[in-house]
Design a protein. Sequence first.
Length: 166
Amino acid sequence: MPVYVLDSNFFIQAHRFHYPIDVASGFWNKVQQLANAGTIISIDKVKGELYDKNDALEAWCRANLPRDFFKSTAEVVTEYGRVTAWAVSRVDHYLPMALNEFLSADEADAFVVAYCLADPSNRIVVTQEISQPNRKNKVKIPDVCIAMHVSYVNTINMFRQLGETF
């Protein structure tokens, strides 16, 4: 069974907009269950984006996710190089600001794709981003996934593929 690799926006949008922690406990219980089973994971760069606000989401993650939930991206340096090479090759399409953001070492997006690219048969990106191939001011994860032949889904489609409800 494939592993679903969560982007930061899986957590952030759920917490801020769709499934607030204080209201939608069923969602967060399901996330905890899937994390404990190893069905969903994320990466260290996402942890960095989530653990910089000192908010309820960070507190929930610290209290409810397994210690090994956030995987190291040190093992995907080669794949990260392939992802960044693709982005740089699109310099005639994307604005410099968009490329600089995507290529930032602190930004998780390229690393999430690279992590899945390291084992594309068994890893699927989970992101709330939507493909916008004509957009010039932001490199969107789905567009990178399409170019790199990496599977991706949004949150609801992940739950559907897993046959999970909450």
